[in-house]
Design a binder for this molecule. Structure first.
Ligand code: ATP
Ligand code: MG
Length: 220
């Protein structure tokens, strides 16, 4: 299974989602590769920090540019699953990943400014689906308010309903200190907090979206 985490906008949670997905997948016994397609190298730092802790290891390589699609296709034969963390913007990396991914996950913060950027991606992914028939694309709200009186996630979902290609999911990850702290430590939210904590449950919902309840979604 090849999962690409991407978005037009910076700082939405792509690295947070990529590393949590990869770490949880490796903890379930799968051989996982993270392709860090962002020159900032944040996922690579996470994988190094993880290795130093002796947790289930996640391989990580940095790859950019025109050869990305081919490199991912080759590497995916040697791993059970590949998670790609892609730099934001109108990049060649997004284009390459859309050619080979089975699934795209787009983290979006529940503010109007972030939601506006989805129109571009909706068109772009719709075009990519013409060539990559297996591709599915999901939007997940990230950093939603933890204040029960703040309906930011529901408001954002309503605003995103105009997307024709992207599926707006019910998975909502909220703004949580444990999520912010776990990534620099090389761990997942479920390794930082008990499995029944809110942060771990939200990340598990994201994991289930990507890999299915029993880890066998999409046959692989
Ligand atoms: N659910 C969350 N709760 C709390 N903090 C979060 C959450 N998701 C992301 N963050 C924080 O928001 C910031 C941006 O997250 P992250 O680096 O994952 O985004 P990104 O999309 O990969 O950014 P970039 O475009 O720079 O690569 C980081 O400081 C991260 O710790
Ligand atoms: Mg990042």
């Amino acid at each position: 299974m090849i999962v690409a985490v991407l978005g037009e906008k910076g700082g939405t949670g792509k690295t947070t989602f990529s590393t949590n997905l990869a770490g949880m997948r490796s903890a379930s016994g799968r051989d996982v590769l993270v392709v860090d397609a962002d020159r900032q190298g944040s996922s690579s730092y996470w994988a190094e920090a993880r290795e130093a802790k002796g947790l289930t290891s996640v391989s990580c390589v940095q790859k950019f540019g025109d050869g990305l699609a081919r490199a991912i296709r080759d590497m995916s034969r040697r791993y059970d699953d590949v998670v790609i963390d892609i730099a934001s913007g109108d990049s060649r990396e997004i284009e390459g990943a859309l050619r080979v991914a089975d699934m795209v996950i787009i983290p979006v913060q529940p503010s109007g400014i972030d939601v506006w950027t989805l129109g571009l991606l909706d068109d772009r992914i719709s075009q990519a689906m013409q060539g990559n028939k297996k591709l599915t694309a999901y939007v997940v709200i990230n950093r939603a308010s933890t204040n029960p009186r703040d309906n930011d996630a529901d408001d954002a979902k309503d605003a995103m309903a105009v997307c024709e290609t992207l599926t707006i999911t019910d998975v909502v990850v909220r703004d949580r200190v444990s999520i912010k702290r776990s990534v620099p430590a090389g761990i997942t939210a479920s390794e930082y907090r008990p499995l029944d904590s809110k942060a771990a449950l939200e990340m598990t919902a994201l994991y289930n979206l990507a890999f299915g309840e029993n880890g066998h979604r999409n046959g692989n």
